[in-house]
Design a protein around this ligand. Sequence first.
Ligand code: PLP
Length: 351
Amino acid sequence: MLKIEKNNQPKVKPPVKELGFGKYFSDHMFQATFTLGEGWHSAKITPYQALQIEPGASALHYGQALFEGMKAFRQTNGDCVLFRPEFNCRRLADGAERLCMVAPPQELMLEGIRELVKIDRDWIPSSRGASLYLRPTLIGTESFLGVRPAEEYLFFVICSPVASYYAEGTAPIKIWVEETYIRAAPGGLGATKAGANYAASLKAAYQAKQRGYAQVLWQDVGHEYVEEVGTMNVFFVFENEVVTPKLDGSILPGGVRDSVLTLLKKFNIPVNERKLSMKEVCSAYETGKLKEVFGTGTAAVISPVGELSSPHYKMVINEGKTGPLAQRLYDAITGIQYGDQPDTFGWNHKF
Ligand SMILES: Cc1ncc(COP(=O)(O)O)c(C=O)c1O
């Protein structure tokens, strides 16, 4: 049985136009603890509050820290749904296995998430494009020095009401093709949502911002093949083929990427998951065969890319406008999330 400690000092909710992304947190959080011998215990909903962990906690030194990002929506008819929560719980468990961490059982994660969004239901914004973003997080809390997996963990979930991820809203963004740094390498942590991957990405992302670009496009270790964007997977629409980089262990297996692959199949649009070099992209651009580029991710849903640039080229894609496939996919996914379209894949979990 989940213990529930209600927050008797609820915060004033910010107006939707001020939400931005990840600036505000709701009134409650979910927490559960793992200790060796006892397993997972002390699962509870509490007021949103500061954590108390030892300065020797392994997450702070050896980076045993993993997180997830998922959303709850208020649908047009007032129903509230979580979008594909089991996908995120499974990915967290897969990441935990790679980082030698102990993930909570799926049922515990799902129950905690469901109870949390129920208690903070009023925090789910009702306007189109806005949602309640959930951040499940797993950290090693055992206090010791010495490199080995921790024997104590904390799993917690916090919620943030959000609007659009990019300042551009749903308008096409400009992406910088990174040619110096890499985010992940074969055999590394790239397929997980380890905090370490984001630490590795900050410098290039900062430099790209300084140049006026929203995010970077990561390439493989040899700076030859496309991998993904800072917080999105990426799709290229050529004249006769839709391509997304194959999951090779260094790319995050995105939930929206998976949803897009499913929808493309339904639309009878062939898509290939394969290796794709920037050389091939540039040559398709030069011959007029590159029609659209878009990113996919929970935060931004479908984000058209209007420009791809590096020190060696500048490609303006589809005249910098949203392409028809990106628009169709955006409408299909948000249509299911907000309940305007039938959820034929069973992606929404009503609560
Ligand atoms: C590096 C990276 N790639 C891809 C994605 C897209 O994943 P998803 O569609 O599950 O949000 C994200 C966002 O979570 C990300 O951080």
